[in-house]
Ligand binder design. Structure first.
Ligand code: PXP
Length: 251
């Protein structure tokens, strides 16, 4: 499974003091050294962490693909069409939220979303939609032209944290497994992301056809203690080495 490293929180630390450091671009290079398969950043409308100049610098500096997360607004889609990242992940965005709270509402304004997907794809950008693990939403994503889905794992992560028994965990992972299978059967590339950490990420090994996990906060947090290349290498190992794959005996 590819590991996409989200470096937004490096910019959060930088902006907290209005300094020029730590640099998210430097962080992306360190993440690459640790084995990052792509770099993810989210340019929010309020520019609370990543800024426009960061995105351009990232695009010019990193060797691995850039996965550019944006809201499906006119401003952001035009910006993405201008810089042409490898991939765009369209996410819902609310001003007051601490972080992205859920997948896109695909019952609302889908026609506009469809035309934005077309615009991005016409520029040669791969388009992924951040969705809940709901077969109906995944079917709409495929219908309106997305090439990939990123299944929102946030609610699953919260629920996992509250569980106390392994049978419950095995029941809980079923929803994500089914969602991944539905996405694959519809011809979509399947990604996951949000809330994944050094405890729960091993479960992603059980998702059929899942090609990519996008992870930020937990790895940037761990990097404070072990450095970013090591944090990235450890996470790649957790999501790929079969030794860590939960089994009915040890999960
Ligand atoms: N994927 C998407 C679509 C996101 O919005 C985020 C958070 O910016 C992430 C993955 C990474 O989430 P986390 O920081 O919880 O690992």
């Amino acid at each position: 499974m590819r590991l996409g490293v989200n470096i937004d929180h490096v910019a959060t630390v930088r902006n907290a003091r209005g300094e020029s450091y730590p640099s998210p671009v430097q962080a992306a290079v360190m993440a690459e050294l640790g084995g990052a398969d792509n770099i993810t950043c989210h340019l929010r409308e309020d520019r609370r962490h990543i800024r426009d100049a960061d995105v351009r610098m990232l695009k010019d500096t990193i060797q691995v693909p850039l996965n550019f997360e944006i809201a499906a607004t006119e401003e952001m889609v035009a910006y993405a069409c201008d810089i042409v990242p490898y991939a765009v992940t369209l996410v819902p965005e609310k001003r007051q939220e601490l972080t992205t709270e859920g997948g896109l509402d695909l019952n609302d304004g889908v026609r506009k979303l469809e035309s934005n997907i077309k615009r991005l794809r016409d520029r040669g950008i791969m388009v992924s939609l951040f969705v809940e693990g709901d077969p109906k939403a995944i079917a709409i994503a495929a219908k309106i032209g997305a090439q990939a889905i990123e299944i929102h794992t946030g609610h699953w992560c919260t629920a996992m944290q509250k569980l106390r028994t392994t049978p419950e965990a095995w029941r809980l992972i079923k929803g994500l497994q089914e969602a991944a299978q539905v996405g694959h059967d519809l011809g979509l590339q399947v990604h996951v992301g949000h809330g994944l950490n050094f405890v729960n990420a091993v479960w992603m090994q059980l998702l059929p056809h899942c090609e990519e996990a996008n992870i930020g906060h937990a790895m940037i947090a761990r990097a404070l203690f072990v450095g970013l290349p090591q944090a990235v290498a450890e996470m790649k190992e957790l999501i790929n080495n079969p030794v860590h794959r939960p089994t009915q005996g040890n999960g």
